[in-house]
Design a protein. Structure first.
Length: 568
């Protein structure tokens, strides 16, 4: 077996290079897919050899039941809803699939309601599940083996999407059987915590962009004590922070943890070569001490413990915070609000800064916890693959139409038809956002946008609009432009001394993880928050002991057993 380092390097490289197709499409003839044998059937050899038209429309049409979650911010144009929109119309018109939702729950209640449905055995044809639920469904033999239907029906774009994420696919595979459509592995770079600083405040206070941790603290102190917003009040903070601390992408403490070489929520290689949980390592203790010190100096809002990302986003917009550690998409939100609301506001994006004599150790978000599965009772399990095929084609194929299937503009309003919001099943972008960035930069340099696809042309047009004075498109410039989050990531990729640390455990949740990890995570966040707010650092030592005793040691043992299986 290839080493984990080699596999992870391969994963990163697939984000940089538009690779050749991993599988050859069987889109050759006009046979009706609705009449094909179900997955795993042992019909005659002639049936097995029959050529399949993966695009064939079901005739008569079939109804596929599903469930889904709904983000509270989701809005539809008049006359549309989850069962009547551009996507469901395409499913019906092109595939002969009518999508019917058994229920729709708020996002924060979805998995809890799904647990009740699983316990009762009342599950729909297709559904989204988390890692623990996937394992539960596999163990209960309630979901279909998708191996055959994937091999037979997946389009070239779909296979490219799945195969570019070998670790994600492995997490959805049990005993050699593909039991789910895995999540997008290619989006790991979205979790790397970058540093954003108010460039206009630096200029006003005659400060340079910091290159060392000491310089960063000096900048944050100036942002607190030298009235950078010019209102004559001491009402600004150095660094934004939310009650979630990390993993939410906005105003995170992750950048501080990474500065000390800490990986607070992933699995790491320990000094003895074994896999251990990052949240209990000594580097975390040092980072918590620094965060406590920063809070005591007023560099962090003392009320962070009751603020979610939305509230902190308001602080950015209202000129209250000058430093943000967050995901590459932060310029689009919440920083765009800062620039839109304040005529002089500007943010520069920079790589992280080390607080030790070692390079920054970035956390790469490679956590797989969202899968699409098919009920074992479903008559046409291949319908899930066909839904994924059409999703890939409408977003990334040669005839992609992002104005209809990404974001639809009606009058002066934008209605989200983006994959996470309306699509029943989504796949990965075969080229990835990093690939889009490289193409957009090339087009800007050459002033030739003809090689760009519709999505890339959209980014290009917004950057050109900003150059013409439209500050409402600033966020796109700082994500995809020449001085952007992706340009910083590009530098991180090229810097041999810096490292993006991926979790060393990427399988589906172990038995004890499924039972106890949520409780352990909650305890961890509560203890870390109390320490930052002023509790003695010895509380961390107690947390480590409690974590081990309350299930952590057993989970670590199960992770070691999983790792031993991977090395065979």
């Amino acid at each position: 077996m290839k080493s984990m380092k080699h596999v992870l390097l391969l994963t990163v490289m697939t984000m940089v290079v538009f690779t050749s197709a991993c599988g050859k499409s069987n889109d050759t003839s006009g046979s009706d897919a609705a009449n094909e044998p179900a997955a795993g059937s042992n019909n005659s050899a002639n049936a097995a050899e029959e050529t399949i038209d993966i695009n064939a429309k079901y005739d008569p049409a079939i109804t596929v039941t599903a469930i889904r979650d709904q983000d509270p911010s989701m809005a539809f144009k008049e006359g549309d809803d989850f069962e009547n929109n551009n996507w469901t119309k395409a499913y019906a018109d092109e595939l002969g699939i009518t999508l019917k939702y058994d229920w729709i729950a708020p996002s924060d209640q979805y998995y809890e309601k799904l647990n009740v449905a699983i316990a009762s055995g009342d599950i729909p044809d297709i559904m989204k599940v988390n890692g623990a639920q996937l394992k539960q469904l596999v163990d209960a033999d309630l979901i279909a083996d998708l191996t055959d239907v994937y091999n037979k029906y997946a389009s070239e774009l779909t296979k490219k999407s799945i195969e570019m994420g070998p670790l994600a696919k492995a997490s959805a595979t049990f005993d050699g059987k593909l039991m789910a459509i895995p999540p997008d592995e290619g989006s790991f770079e979205g979790g790397v915590s970058l540093m954003y600083i108010r460039a206009d405040w630096l200029k006003k206070l005659n400060l340079e962009a910091p290159k060392t941790w000491a310089e960063l603290e000096k900048v944050m102190d100036a942002f607190v004590n030298q009235d950078p917003d010019g209102n004559g009040k001491k009402d600004t903070f150095g660094m934004g922070l939310t009650k979630d601390l990390y993993k939410n992408g906005v105003a995170e403490a992750t950048g501080v943890f990474n500065a000390f070489g800490a990986q607070p929520y992933t699995w790491v290689t320990q000094a003895d070569g074994t896999i251990g949980y990052g949240g209990i390592q000594p580097e975390v203790r040092e980072a918590l001490l620094k965060l406590q010190e920063m809070k005591n100096k007023g560099l962090i809002d003392r009320e962070f413990g009751v603020k979610d990302s939305g509230k902190v986003g308001e602080d950015y917009a209202n000129n209250r915070i000058g430093v943000n550690f967050g995901a590459l998409w932060n310029p689009l939100w919440p920083l765009q609000d800062s620039v839109t609301k304040n005529a002089d506001a500007d943010w520069v994006v920079l790589p992280g800064i080390s607080a030790t004599d070692k390079p920054v150790q970035y956390t790469g978000a490679l956590e797989f916890n969202e899968y699409m599965v098919v009920s074992k009772k479903m008559e046409h399990p291949e319908a899930l693959i066909k839904l994924l095929n059409i999703s890939q084609e409408k977003l990334y194929g040669g005839k992609a139409d992002p104005k209809v299937f990404h974001t639809e503009i009606v009058g002066d309003k934008e209605y989200a038809h983006f994959k996470e919001n309306v699509m029943m099943v989504k796949g990965s972008d075969p080229i990835g956002n990093y690939g889009h960035y490289k193409k957009v930069i090339s087009a800007l340099d050459s002033k030739d946008a003809t090689p760009l696809n519709p999505e890339e042309k959209g980014y290009y047009d917004k950057i050109v609009a900003f150059q013409g004075g439209d500050r409402t498109t600033w966020g796109t410039v700082r994500v995809f432009g020449t001085e952007s989050a992706y340009s910083v990531l590009d530098g991180i990729y090229q810097n041999k001394e810096q490292n993006i640390n991926f979790t060393k455990f990427y399988g589906s949740k172990t038995k004890t993880m499924a039972e106890k990890m949520a409780t352990l995570d909650k305890m961890q966040k509560e203890v870390f928050t109390k320490i930052i707010l002023g509790s003695p650092i010895e509380e961390f030592d107690k947390f480590v002991a409690d974590w081990k005793k309350l299930g952590g040691d057993q989970i670590t043992q199960e992770v070691a057993e999983w790792a031993a299986q991977q090395s065979k």
